[in-house]
Write a protein that binds this ligand. Structure first.
Ligand code: UDP
Length: 479
């Protein structure tokens, strides 16, 4: 019998790759005869994190093959006024179309390619797949709320001539709580920016996809999912079918994205958690890139110390400049970064971990009671699966809109309040963390208990996520 292949095309970031690979594993679990091919663009991956991850997945799953696409480069005279690093990544991805074409043709020589599944950053591959007669699906690795907004982007673009950054109205999208223009990711703020142009093209291409695969659960984002499925986000045409197959959370068996990480194999923090009372510890961990200024780190430390609360805090080297993304991979010098005597004074009730902690394992440890998160979607799903309520402190990408969804729609988090300049004071950290274990947090905790069971049921046999995967795979049989 002819080999049946599904090709997954990931964007160049570990936070996009790991859920894509989890999707591959899910498809394999549903249809073990499939072969899964993952196309990896050459640029911008952090080799230190990704190479061991790929090696581990390849060793654990013989049916998953990774294909490194050849490097692409921009013309020597290329220049852009876009201030975003991602613009360059998007431009390079556009140049990948011939490589994707070659890879699909090559895989087609030995297999029947059932589908190409693309990240929404890789939208240029859609016409390539269509040209080859291969059904193309989008994999949306963030919230359904973000998807509802993304689908609506072409409408928003047509109904105003202004950039989001110049709008002073509240934005109302079907199925979503009201959003401020500043909640929308930076890449979409300026309609004259090249990143905006490319993402608008991606949103427009999405409407031509054979389907959208969402890494979320219907119970978690009921209203957003309903708005999309009811066609409310695309008023002037059909919406591709949405398959909510999540939450996909890295299992830790293939690669360490969710269970280990660069430079930290020792579960010392887990041993420490063993000695802490149940649900007593606040975890502070800010994704694969999240970083603060040296001043902000000191504010957090002061707030934590004054709160009297137990904590486990993952600290990365300070971000340079205005952003919140780590650029240095070196180990942080805690003595230089933290207030003098902080570690000694908080010893026993607090633990600081340098750079990386095994977040999934930590969240699933019974001693963890709350999670201060940067609102990266993988982190949100991991917390929901572990039933740990959150404090939302967004730093970059789509995290500000995620905070609105988490606080207003999903009701799984309390917000951390920023100052006008985006910083968070020691007093706010203290207030927030101190108040958690009391009644203020109880409603969120209760909601989390409920959702944990709901999402567990969704991914169990007979659940809605399982049904969505089965429906997706079966739709390929009748093509
Ligand atoms: N992560 C981890 N330990 C850390 C920091 C991050 O295991 O110290 C993992 C986390 O569990 C999640 C991923 O890295 O799976 C971060 O993804 P997310 O979407 O939350 O944020 P991003 O890094 O893409 O901003």
């Amino acid at each position: 019998m002819e080999d049946q292949a599904v090709v997954l095309y990931s964007a160049p970031a570990i936070g996009h790759l790991t859920p894509m690979v989890e999707l591959g594993k899910l498809l394999l679990a549903n249809r073990p005869s499939f072969s899964i091919h993952v196309l990896l663009p050459s640029q911008a991956y952090d080799g230190g994190t990704v190479s061991p991850y790929i090696a581990a997945v390849s060793a654990a799953y013989r049916s998953i093959t990774f294909h490194h696409l050849p490097p692409t480069s921009l013309p020597p005279d290329y220049s852009t006024t876009s201030p975003h690093l991602e613009t360059l990544a998007l431009e390079l991805l556009c140049l990948n179309s011939p490589n994707v074409h070659r890879a699909l043709v090559s895989i087609s020589k030995t297999s029947r390619v059932r589908a190409l599944v693309i990240d929404f950053f890789c939208a240029n591959a859609l016409p390539v797949a269509r040209g080859l007669g291969i059904p193309c699906y989008y994999f949306f690795s963030s919230a359904a709320g973000g998807l509802a907004k993304f689908l609506r982007l072409p409408v928003l673009h047509r109904t105003t001539t202004k950039s989001l950054k110049d709008l002073d109205t509240v934005l109302r999208f079907p199925g979503l709580p009201p959003l401020l223009p500043s909640d929308i990711p930076d890449l979409l703020q300026d309609r004259n920016d090249r990143a905006y142009e490319l993402l608008l093209e991606s949103a427009t291409n999405m409407l031509m996809a054979s389907g959208i695969i969402g890494n979320t659960s219907e119970k978690l984002e009921e209203e957003a999912v309903k708005a999309i499925k009811d066609g409310k986000c695309v008023p002037d045409g059909p919406t591709p079918p949405l398959y909510c197959i999540g939450p996909l959370v890295a299992s830790g068996d293939g690669g360490k994205a969710g269970s280990g990480g660069p430079g930290n194999d020792t579960p010392e923090c887990l041993t420490w958690l063993d000695s802490q009372p149940r649900e007593s510890v606040v975890l502070l961990c800010f994704g694969s890139l999240g970083a603060f200024s040296a001043e902000q780190l000191k504010e957090i430390a002061t707030g934590l110390e004054r709160s009297g609360q137990r904590f486990l805090w993952v600290i990365r080297n300070p971000a340079t400049g205005k952003g919140h993304k780590a650029v240095s991979t070196g180990e942080p010098d805690l003595d230089a970064l933290l207030p003098e005597g902080f570690l000694e004074r908080t010893a026993g009730r607090g633990l600081v971990v340098k750079s990386w902690a095994p977040q999934v394992a930590v969240l699933n440890h019974g001693a963890v009671g709350w999670f201060v998160t940067h609102c990266g979607w993988n982190s949100v799903l991991e917390a929901v699966c572990a039933g740990v309520p959150m404090i939302a402190w967004p730093l970059y990408a789509e995290q500000r809109q995620n905070r609105v969804f988490m606080v207003e729609a999903m009701r799984v988090a309390l917000p951390m309040k920023e100052e006008g300049d985006g910083s968070v004071s020691a007093a706010e950290v203290e207030r927030r963390v101190r108040g958690l274990m009391g009644s203020e947090g109880e409603a969120v905790r209760e909601r989390m208990r409920y959702l944990k069971e709901e999402v567990k049921a969704a991914v169990s046999p007979g659940g809605s996520a399982q049904a969505a995967v089965a429906k997706l795979v079966e739709s390929w049989d009748i093509v």
